[in-house]
Structures are given as structure tokens and as C-alpha cells.
Design a protein around this ligand. Sequence first.
Ligand code: DAH
Length: 329
Amino acid sequence: MINKIDETRKSFDEDLSKVDSFASLEELRIKYLSRKGLVSQLFESLKDVSKEDKPKVGQSLNQLKIHTQSKFDEMKETFENNENKSESFVDLSLPGRIRPIGSKHILTQTLDEIKNIFKGLGFSVYEGPELESDYNNFEALNFAPDHPARDMQDTFFVTEDFLLRTHTSPVQVRLMTEKKPPLRAIMPGKVFRNEAISAKSYCLFHQVEGLYVDTDVTFAELKGTLVAFAKQFYGQDVQYRFRASFFPFTEPSAEMDVWWQPKGKEGRWLEVLGCGMVDPNVLKNVGIDPEKYVGYAFGMGVERTAMLKYGIGDIRILFDNDKRFLTQF
Ligand code: DAH
């Protein structure tokens, strides 16, 4: 009798594991738990068990009954829950779910725009590494080892001879070393400076360098190119001016300012780029004959340019990844 009880329990468990619908659950109920089901039949045969075995067999039978009934109830509840859920889930009147599509960061958009304008002016695009040698970043550009101009830029040194480039000008050195003139290219990329972070300066930003080397390049052409760029980028009525300046790698050197007029506030001149005629010493350093070739170069900050164009007051917001800011563009 005890064996039979065990067998019934086992076959119940097995049948239960196969239940996959209300119909098969009902079949299970009829087979085991109905009035004529297997469990009732076992109770029926309890009367044939000897007196001394009855308590033990009775106890096993009760356990079987509890087991089968509770497992059945559990399964029924699961089925009912699922059914309720799937009924309330399908609400055909709900609007579809919107999956937001990403967009280009405002800096990438600005860089793309700058690149496209210069491509239209006949420049190709050339890139160099962010980890640069001290030689390319400073020395070849006419910054002597103890040149005070090195203090203009606070450098992240990686070793004594290698650093995170502080400007994109070393890409000029790479381009002029690798290729022969005539050369006309812009060189965009990230630059790094060990400066205190504030609304105006960040440890990382982007620059676009420009270089044109040929036998008959003039300062007037440099100016014409930069003005053409400014008109396309900022608008035909942009107000600009050139000021004399100093960079070790250009002679003469200048800076270009653009008039910034925030709404309802006082306007002012903002420096947007540095430029000049490539210093003959730089040409010599890269093996180009300065008697035969001349060049002009320029370098502009992308963040600066974007901030000016879109009226952004704090550079840090460009690196915060705040969706409320980013989705405006
Ligand atoms: N490298 C300069 C800087 O980071 C910018 C610059 C000035 C680049 C004059 C040039 C140039 O190519 O001719 O401040």
C-alpha cells in the first residue's frame, strides 16, 4: 500500500510537469483529485489495510492528498495569473513606444561643418596621434628646449620625451615630413592642457589646424581663406579683425577676432584663431627648402567656435553628456 502511494505521488509529479494548458490541468485534476480519481481510490482501499498498519498508511495517504491538492492549486493560480496578465497587457489603443534615436554631438557637428567648408576651399583632411613626441609638439615647431613660449601651454607629460599634444600644430610637422609640397590640408583633433578647469577652459578640447605650403603662398591668401571661412561659418555679415600676435612657428603671426553680440548684453571681440606664415626654421626642420617654398598656417579651437556660434557660456557643458543640453542640437 505504501508503495502504491509513493508511485501515485511520483506519477502525479510527472504528469504535473507536463501540464501546459488549462485543458491538461483539468485532465490532471480528473485523474487524481476527482471523486473517482486515484487519490480517492487509495482512500477507498484503506479499509483493507490491517489495523496496526492503518495509522501509518493513513498518514501517508493524507500527505499525498495535501501534496497533490496544493501542487494543483499552485499550478492553477499560475495559469490564471498569466491569463489575466496577457489579457490586460494587450491594449491596442496605447500609442506605440518611441525609441529615441541618437544624434551627433554638437562638437562633432561643428567639426563636420568646419571640415566641409575647408574641403570646399580645396583642403584635404589629415590626422595625427594624440600622444606626441616633445620634438613634434615643441622643438620642430621652433620652441627651443628652454624657450619661454613653452610656458604658454601647461603640458601633460607622459615621459620626459612624450606628452599629450597641447595643440594640433605637431600634425603640420608630420604632414610636411611625410609628404612633399604642394600641401594643403586641415588637421582636426583632440588636444590636452593641464589647466585649471573653469567655464572658459577644460583639460581637453579640439582644434583644427590648417596648412598650405607651395612656392607662392601669400599672407593675403591666408587672410582671404580665413575670411571666406568666417563668412560661411558665422554668416555673411560676420564682423572680424586681424591683430598682430606671436607664435614660435609662424612669422609674421596674427590672431583673428570675431565680434560676439549676446542678446541684450554688451558685445565684445573674441579671439577665434591664431595664424601666420610658416617660420623658415620650421620648414628647415622638416626638410623643406625655405628658399623655394613658403607656407601659411592657422589653428582654431572647436569648442570656442561652437560656443560663439551657438551662444554657449560654459565649456564644461560640452563634456557633461547632459541629455537636456545635447538634445537641443
Ligand atoms: N597652436 C596654436 C595654439 O594652440 C594655434 C596656432 C597659432 C596654430 C598659429 C597655427 C598658427 O597653425 O599658425 O595656440
